[in-house]
Design a protein around this ligand. Structure first.
Ligand SMILES: Cc1ncc(COP(=O)(O)O)c(C=O)c1O
Length: 368
């Protein structure tokens, strides 16, 4: 096919019909277990996150912002930029927050108007105790704002059961969809907060403007010029998730994480996040041993499995990430990634038992 043949499917995209946006948003709401409004954001998830923080951060708003990665740090900065008074609770580098610290923050200070946190961190492979934190916040009447980009599809996320007020998701991780779009569920209480903070100046960084331009006008065509390719891709991803079933998708990620962790342990290595219950099901972070550089270990691992990536954030030089997200949450990629890490360790002069690791992965998968 040449650029001039006229047959390139990427150049002749069917328009995405206006009447499909509302059902698509409802289907996303179904996957999230919420009857709250779901707004479709025509940009990658970081845009939906900045829009959420921009609409919630205003003078007079007191926010408790939980920081477990650069994303949480940014969210707090955006809240503060809008004039909110932001109290920051920072976890130990690369580790989840302890719910007791959140409890103590509520007991010690003025009750915040909102609590913001990242549910799962792909940067460090950890899972924050969202259920406990949401319960603490709800009891105190604070809004619960969640970045669930790296957890949706890999962990249970029942938005209405949690009472989460703003939940931002992106389809590009466990849902196996495009990175060009994102979505946010917004509770009635949260819309009231957005309304209170409204500036009157239209903005592409405004979830409220999407509500006004789309939901309040009957949920027909989205404002602006939506990219049809992205919406077709999102619809295909949602259909695939519905076919598999959200609980089955979550179980598939949990199984991949369990097999990866069993394999790493059989190598004789302790995963970075020692507590299985606080480990992310999308990626497993593994340590870089003393005396070995992350760059050299990564280069060796990538010779066998290019999907191994460096850590991100405060512990970037101490961890590597083994990716078992979406299609990779399956036996072959899990086996390959554990063996690649094992070979990289062996090549760095660390004594590891790769045969046992492979057996542990198989055994975990054989168990079902
Ligand atoms: C927790 C979290 N939030 C947001 C994002 C989206 O950010 P980015 O633009 O870096 O992909 C990601 C992506 O990795 C993420 O893991």
């Amino acid at each position: 096919m040449t650029a001039h043949s006229g047959a390139n499917p990427l150049r002749h995209i069917e328009p995405y019909p206006a009447q499909r946006y509302a059902p698509l948003a409802d289907r996303l709401g179904g996957l999230l277990g919420t009857v709250n409004d779901v707004v479709l954001v025509q940009g990658e998830a970081i845009i939906a996150l900045e829009a959420a923080a921009t609409g919630l951060g205003a003078p007079g708003v007191r926010a408790l912002n939980i920081v477990t990665s650069p994303y949480g740090r940014l969210f707090g900065d955006w809240l503060a930029r809008g004039g909110a008074e932001v109290r920051t609770l920072t976890a130990a580098a690369g580790l989840p927050i302890d719910a007791d610290e959140v409890r103590a923050a509520f007991a010690a200070g003025d009750t915040p108007d909102l609590v913001a946190l990242v549910h799962g961190e792909a940067a460090s492979g950890i899972l924050n105790p969202l259920e406990e934190i949401a319960a603490i916040a709800r009891r105190a009447g604070a809004l619960v704002v969640v970045d669930a980009v790296a957890s949706v599809g890999g962990h249970p996320l029942d938005v209405d059961e949690l009472g989460a007020d703003v939940v931002v998701i992106g389809p590009q991780k466990a849902l196996g969809g495009p990175a060009s779009l994102s979505a946010a569920s917004v509770s009635p209480r949260a819309w009231e907060a957005f309304e209170r903070n409204a500036t009157g100046i239209p903005s592409v960084l405004s979830l409220l403007d999407i509500k006004r331009g789309w939901i309040d006008t009957g949920r027909g065509a989205l404002p602006g010029t939506p990219d049809p390719l992205s919406f077709w891709a999102l619809e295909a991803a949602v259909a695939a998730v519905e076919d598999e079933g959200m609980p089955a998708l979550i179980r598939r990620h949990a199984r991949a994480a369990a097999a990866t962790r069993a394999g790493v342990r059989a190598l004789g290595v302790t995963p970075w996040m020692t507590d299985d219950a606080r480990a992310l099901n999308l990626v497993t972070t593994v340590p870089v041993p003393d005396g070995v550089t992350a760059a050299s270990l990564l280069a060796r691992a990538r010779e066998l499995d290019p999907s191994v990536t460096p850590g991100v954030g405060a512990v970037a030089d101490r961890i590597l990430r083994l990716n078992h997200t979406a299609d990779r949450a399956a036996f072959s990629p899990v086996l390959a990634t554990v063996v690649a890490y094992g070979e990289a360790l062996a090549g760095s002069g660390i004594g590891v038992d790769i045969g046992s690791a492979a057996a542990a992965v198989s055994e975990r998968y054989a168990r079902g």
